[in-house]
Design a protein around this ligand. Sequence first.
Ligand SMILES: Nc1ncnc2c1ncn2[C@@H]1O[C@H](COP(=O)(O)OP(=O)(O)OP(=O)(O)O)[C@@H](O)[C@H]1O
Ligand SMILES: [Mg+2]
Length: 175
Amino acid sequence: MISLSPHQNGPILQVEALTVSFGGFKALNGLNFSVQAGELRVVIGPNGAGKTTLLDVITGKVRPRAGKVLFRNRDLTRLPEQRIACLGIGRKFQTPNIFKTLTVLENLTLALKNPRHVLSTLPFFSRNGSHSRVDEMLETIGLGGKAGKTAGLLAHGENNGWSWAWSCCRTRSSF
Ligand SMILES: Nc1ncnc2c1ncn2[C@@H]1O[C@H](COP(=O)(O)OP(=O)(O)OP(=O)(O)O)[C@@H](O)[C@H]1O
Ligand SMILES: [Mg+2]
């Protein structure tokens, strides 16, 4: 997870005593975890350790039996997935969901949080700064030269790289 808003002091994300049960089986049992603003954290563990379950709770896909997930001090555990996404939490899956016939730039421009109507797709109406934000994201992840490439022609690893930027473009703040 990476925060793109390093201005906030203290944890941006706090997981407190999180317990998730599937039937009688506890996939997470009293987990505590936090991410500071601007901090990069990696969650590792063997198969079945509960990594995906943790992400599922943070993004609202799974409801915990007990505990809290605070994002900027707001409890996410009762919010629907779409509200959590609007607060600025994005997620990237192992297999990237991309438009293979579009270029990387076109894919990322679609991901930006701009108005979703026909006019906004025309160059005249498109928001200033869209391209610079996409360029900035691609430079950050070392794929600066790939903006004009057709997504379907890139290697799996490259698509994985920029679809990470896709999540950041969508949410503007955190990933
Ligand atoms: N919907 C579900 N119903 C029942 N059990 C589940 C469900 N989702 C996950 N589990 C169980 O919860 C445990 C944690 O699973 P999870 O997928 O979070 O692990 P993981 O750390 O992501 O594993 P992997 O490295 O294989 O991706 C596993 O034992 C899994 O079988
Ligand atoms: Mg998993």
